[in-house]
Structure formats: structure tokens, C-alpha cells
Design a protein around this ligand. Structure first.
Ligand SMILES: Cc1cc2nc3c(=O)[nH]c(=O)nc-3n(C[C@H](O)[C@H](O)[C@H](O)COP(=O)(O)O)c2cc1C
Length: 327
């Protein structure tokens, strides 16, 4: 079993150390461990060029125009059975570096899209993607903050697992943690998170669990406190103004917020469950939407009316050049 720890903190800072604490525990349980300090790697921001989506739509494969280390980082994650992310809390949520990884994980590695690519490859009589890209894996997230401003953290983090469809085991944050490695309860919790990750990864290995397997959707490896969203354990909701209608910011399910026995309860219509982004039907639906919309836009580029509008607005004003970059 391989457990990969990924830290986005400063070199040998608290996040690196907490990640290593968990990795040591995983190694004690027999796992092979690897540690990546992401700031040492060259991870560029997603440019938004959508070459990845188009590559999948056109059956060309997994493409990214960024020539940096993300592909290698992704392959490290693919090879691992369990991945632990430890990320400093910035402005109550994930760091920019984490968001960059999350965007890069986006459409190009979304299971719904990859399954769409496989259908295209099959149509073209080509080899499908290697099964390793559909192997289920256990993922946990820990955010570490210097204060108690933190409530966006879990949602930001779990989003990274949403595109590939990996199973989240623990997702939590530690506040008031400038001296975290001296806080024994946090150190012990980190070890427990490692044990949970190893246990979940072992079960997935034993089952040889693939994301497209029938049983995948019904299996939960969640070891945290049950979240307000009974579907994905998310705790952040968008409340549609002036209504009790709310949308889970993580799995996208829409439902009603009610007070039941003194606590807020989120109830969704089971008939809408197939839309949820954390199950295969939702991923397939989302993939189909992207395939259709990306295809439509590609055709629109040949439309004279579209070309005329684009030319008109482009002529309105040139962007101010960067003072430091040649572009
Ligand atoms: C730009 C920035 C924003 C921060 N925002 C928060 C915050 O919103 N909440 C919080 O608890 N800590 C915040 N912090 C503190 C960091 O989470 C803390 O410095 C970090 O966990 C230290 O990790 P390291 O030792 O691994 O680098 C912020 C730090 C920086 C640099």
C-alpha cells in the first residue's frame, strides 16, 4: 500500500511536520510512504484554455497545455492508494496553491469526462484509458490555521476529490495552531487520521474497487463527524435569497433547510439525487453537459454572427500590458 502525503505549507513548517507525523504512523502500519512539499514543484495555475475538455470531447486523450510538474504530481496521486493533503488555512479557506491544484484536477481528470473519453476512444477503435485512472482511492484533508477563521476550508479541500471521484475519509481543520506540533491532542488526531486512511485504502485494495464499479456509490469511508449534507457530509450551503431552498456547495444537491429537534436539517428530494456530483450518475451528467457545451462552443467559432460580435467587442479596448511580463 502506498500512502502519499502532500503539504502546501512552508518548507519544514507546521503543515510539513503534521503531514510527516501522519506518514510516520502510516509507515508504522506497513504502508510505503512518500512526501511531497508542493512548493518545491512547479505547479502553474490553470490558464482556462479548456484544451483538456476539448481533448476529451474529441477523443484525443488527456491533454494539458501547461508544461510543468502537475502531470507528474497527478501520476503520483494515481499510483497511491491513499493521499493526505495538509494545507495552511488562508482567508478562512484553502491556499492559492491548493486551489491551483484543484483547478488543474478539474475537467481534465473528472471521472465523468474520462468515461466520456473512453467511449470516444472505443468509437475510434483505439485503446481505452489505463484502468489505473479509475482506481478508487482514500483521500483525507487537514487544514491548519493560526486563528479560528476557517469555515470555508473543508469545502475548498473536498472539492479536489470531487473531480476524480475519490472517497474522502477525514476532512477537518485545526485552529489556533501556530504551535501545533506541541499540541498533543492535534498530533494524536493526525495519527488517527493516518490510521483511518490506511484502513480505508486497505479495504479498497481488498475489493479492487474501481470508481465505475456498481458498489462504489453506496460505499462510504467517511470517518469524520456526519456533515449537514447527508449526501457528501458537506457543511456549506448556498441559501437562495428569501427562501428555505439551499444548495450543498460541495455535491450540488438542492433541497430544503428545516429545523428538526432544534437542529438545522437539509432534506433533498431523492428524485434529484442522481444529479449529485459525488456519485457516478451525477458525474456522467456533468460530463455529458460539458461535452455538449464544449462541442457547441467549438462549432460557434465558425458562426459569422459569433465572429462579428467577438471582433466588435475585442476592438473596444486593448488590455494594459503587465509591467513585468512580455505578453
Ligand atoms: C496569506 C495568509 C492568510 C492566512 N489566513 C488565515 C486564516 O484565514 N485563518 C487561519 O486560521 N490562519 C490563517 N493564516 C495562518 C496560516 O494558516 C499559518 O501561517 C500556516 O498554517 C502556517 O503553516 P506552515 O508553518 O506550514 O507554513 C494565514 C496566513 C497567511 C500567510
Amino acid at each position: 500500500m502506498k500512502i502519499l502525503g502532500i503539504s502546501t505549507g512552508t518548507k519544514n513548517g507546521n503543515n510539513d511536520t503534521m503531514c510527516r507525523i501522519a506518514l510516520e504512523e502510516a509507515r508504522n502500519l506497513g504502508a510505503e510512504i512518500e512526501f511531497i512539499h508542493v512548493a518545491d514543484w512547479n505547479i502553474e495555475q490553470c490558464s482556462g484554455c479548456v484544451a483538456c475538455s476539448r481533448g476529451l470531447v474529441m477523443g484525443k486523450g488527456m491533454i494539458c497545455t501547461r508544461k510543468d510538474d502537475f502531470k507528474a504530481l497527478y501520476e503520483k496521486m494515481v499510483d497511491a492508494d491513499g493521499v493526505l493533503f495538509v494545507d495552511p488555512i488562508f482567508e478562512s479557506g484553502a491556499t492559492g496553491l491548493f486551489h491551483a491544484m484543484c483547478d488543474r484536477m478539474g475537467p481534465g481528470h473528472d471521472t465523468g469526462m474520462l468515461l466520456g473519453l473512453n467511449s470516444k476512444l472505443q468509437e475510434q477503435g483505439k485503446e481505452p484509458l489505463d484502468h489505473k485512472y479509475f482506481k478508487q482511492k482514500a483521500v483525507s484533508f487537514v487544514g491548519i490555521g493560526g486563528s479560528d477563521w476557517a469555515v470555508r476550508t473543508e469545502t475548498d479541500h473536498a472539492m479536489l476529490a470531487m473531480s476524480p471521484g475519490w472517497k474522502v475519509v477525514n476532512n477537518e481543520y485545526f485552529s489556533w495552531c501556530k504551535d501545533v506540533i506541541m499540541q498533543d491532542d492535534k498530533v494524536e488526531r493526525m495519527k488517527e487520521i493516518a490510521r483511518n486512511l490506511v484502513e480505508a485504502a486497505q479495504d479498497m485494495i481488498d475489493r479492487n474497487l474501481m470508481i465505475f464499479d456498481k458498489e462504489n456509490d453506496s460505499l462510504s469511508y467517511w470517518k469524520g463527524t456526519p456533515g449537514a449534507c447527508p449526501h457528501c457530509n458537506g457543511n456549506a450551503f448556498y441559501i437562495h435569497p428569501g427562501t428555505t431552498t439551499a444548495e450543498c456547495e460541495l455535491c450540488g444537491l438542492r433541497g430544503e433547510l428545516k429545523v428538526v429537534d432544534g437542529a438545522i436539517k437539509f432534506e433533498y428530494d431523492p428524485a434529484c439525487e442522481h444529479h449529485a456530483h459525488d456519485i457516478l450518475s451525477g458525474k456522467a451528467l456533468h460530463g455529458k453537459d460539458i461535452f455538449e457545451n464544449e462541442g457547441r462552443l467549438m462549432n460557434l467559432h465558425k458562426d459569422p454572427e459569433f465572429q462579428a460580435r467577438k471582433a466588435h467587442y475585442t476592438a473596444v479596448i486593448e488590455p494594459t500590458p503587465s509591467p513585468s511580463k512580455n505578453n
